[in-house]
Design a protein around this ligand. Structure first.
Ligand code: FAD
Length: 303
C-alpha cells in the first residue's frame, strides 16, 4: 500500500511527487512517457529552462527524485482506478494492480487534432497552439490562425498586436470575424486541403493559390473521456477547448482522497502552471494523509 499513486509522471506529477518525497512518503508514479509537448524542439517561457527541450527538463525532474528512496516509478499506463479513500486500487496496462491511500491525477490531456492532412506531422513545430510558448521564435513573420472556435478571433488579435503585422485568419467556417479586417488581419474563407512542411508551412486550398506562413496557430480540442480521470467520475467543468477536472484550493477533487493537477485540471495550459499546481497537489495530498478531514473533498455539483 503506497501513500499515494500519481497517474502521470510529467511536469505536474513529478512536482507533486517531490513534495511527498520530502516528507518521506511512499509514492508510486505511473507514467506512459508521452508528455504533451514532446514533439516540440524546445519549451519556452519556463524560468530557468527557457529554450530547453521538454524531455531534458523532465529528465532533470526525474534525476532530482532519484535521491529519495520512497519514490518508485512504473513506466506503464494506468487503466482503471477503483476503491476509495485509504484503499484505492489502480489497474495497469502491463503490471499487477497497485494499491494506494491517495490518488493524484496528473496524466494531462489528449489533443484531438483537426483532421487536415499534414497537420499532425507539423504539430509542435510549425503548427502551434500558444503565442506565449512559441510566438517569439516566429515574430515579425507571416502568421496564420486556423479557426477551430470563437477563441481564434482572440488569438488572431493577440498575434497582430504583439507578434506580427502580417496575420491571416483561416476561418474554417467559423463566424463572427467581420471586425478583423479593420484591425489589419487578413481573413481567408477558403477551405485548406492540406499542409506541407518546408521552411515554414504551406497551405494548399481547394481553390486559388497556396499560402505560405512561418507558422499556423490553432487550438486543438481536448478529451478526457477514456482517461483515468474521466472513468473515475471526478467532477468536470467546461473550458473553451473541452472539459477539465474541477479542483479546490489544494487541488482536491470532488472524490475524497483524489487530487488533480496540470493540464487536466485547468483550462489554460503551461508548464509553469503544471509545476505550481503539482506542488500544491503534493502538499495537499500530504496534509490529507496527516490530518484526515483537513482538506475536505469538493461538494459534488448537481447533475
Ligand atoms: C505542442 C505543444 C507545445 C507546448 N509548448 C509549451 C512551451 O513551450 N512552454 C510551456 O510552458 N508549455 C508548453 N505547452 C504546454 C505543456 O506541454 C503542458 O502545459 C504540460 O506538458 C502539462 O504538464 P502535465 O504534467 O499536466 O501533462 P503532460 O506533460 O501532458 O504529461 C502527462 C503524462 O501522463 C502520462 N499519461 C497519460 N495518461 C496516462 C495513464 N493513463 N497512465 C499513466 N500515464 C499516463 C503521459 O504519457 C505523460 O507522460 C505545450 C503544449 C503543446 C501541445
Amino acid at each position: 500500500m503506497f501513500d499515494a499513486a500519481i497517474i502521470g509522471g510529467s511536469f505536474a506529477g513529478l512536482s507533486a511527487a517531490l513534495q511527498l518525497a520530502r516528507a518521506s512518503r511512499s509514492v508510486l508514479i505511473l507514467d506512459e512517457g508521452r508528455p504533451r509537448n514532446r514533439m516540440s524542439l524546445a519549451a519556452h517561457g519556463v524560468p530557468g529552462w527557457d529554450g530547453v527541450p521538454p524531455t531534458d527538463i523532465l529528465a532533470r525532474f526525474r534525476a532530482d527524485l532519484a535521491k529519495y528512496p520512497t519514490i518508485s516509478f512504473m513506466d506503464t499506463r494506468a487503466e482503471e482506478i477503483s476503491g476509495g479513500l485509504d484503499a484505492f486500487t489502480v489497474a495497469t496496462e502491463t503490471r499487477n494492480p497497485v494499491h494506494a491511500r491517495r490518488i493524484i491525477l496528473a496524466h494531462g490531456v489528449q489533443d484531438v487534432l483537426p483532421d487536415l492532412p499534414g497537420l499532425a506531422e507539423a504539430w509542435g513545430r510549425t503548427v502551434l497552439h500558444c503565442p506565449y510558448c512559441h510566438g517569439y521564435e516566429v515574430k515579425g513573420r507571416p502568421l496564420a490562425v486556423r479557426a477551430s472556435g470563437p477563441m481564434a478571433v482572440h488569438q488572431a488579435q493577440m498575434l497582430r498586436a504583439d507578434w506580427s503585422d502580417d496575420v491571416t485568419l483561416l476561418t474554417n467556417g467559423v463566424e463572427g470575424v467581420d471586425a478583423l479586417a479593420s484591425a489589419g488581419i487578413r481573413v481567408d474563407h477558403r477551405e485548406p486541403l492540406r499542409l506541407v512542411t518546408g521552411d515554414g508551412i504551406r497551405v494548399c486550398f481547394q481553390d486559388g493559390p497556396d499560402a505560405e506562413f512561418a507558422a499556423i496557430f490553432t487550438a486543438p480540442e481536448i478529451d478526457l473521456t477514456g482517461s483515468p480521470a474521466g472513468r473515475l467520475g471526478v467532477g468536470l467543468s467546461e473550458g473553451p477547448m473541452g472539459p477539465f477536472v474541477r479542483t479546490g484550493p489544494m487541488q482536491q477533487t470532488d472524490v475524497p482522497g483524489v487530487f488533480a493537477a496540470g493540464d487536466l485540471a485547468t483550462p489554460m495550459w503551461n508548464v509553469n502552471y503544471a509545476v505550481g499546481d503539482g506542488a500544491r497537489a503534493g502538499a495537499g495530498c500530504h496534509q490529507s494523509l496527516l490530518f484526515p478531514g483537513f482538506i475536505p473533498a469538493l461538494e459534488k455539483e448537481a447533475a
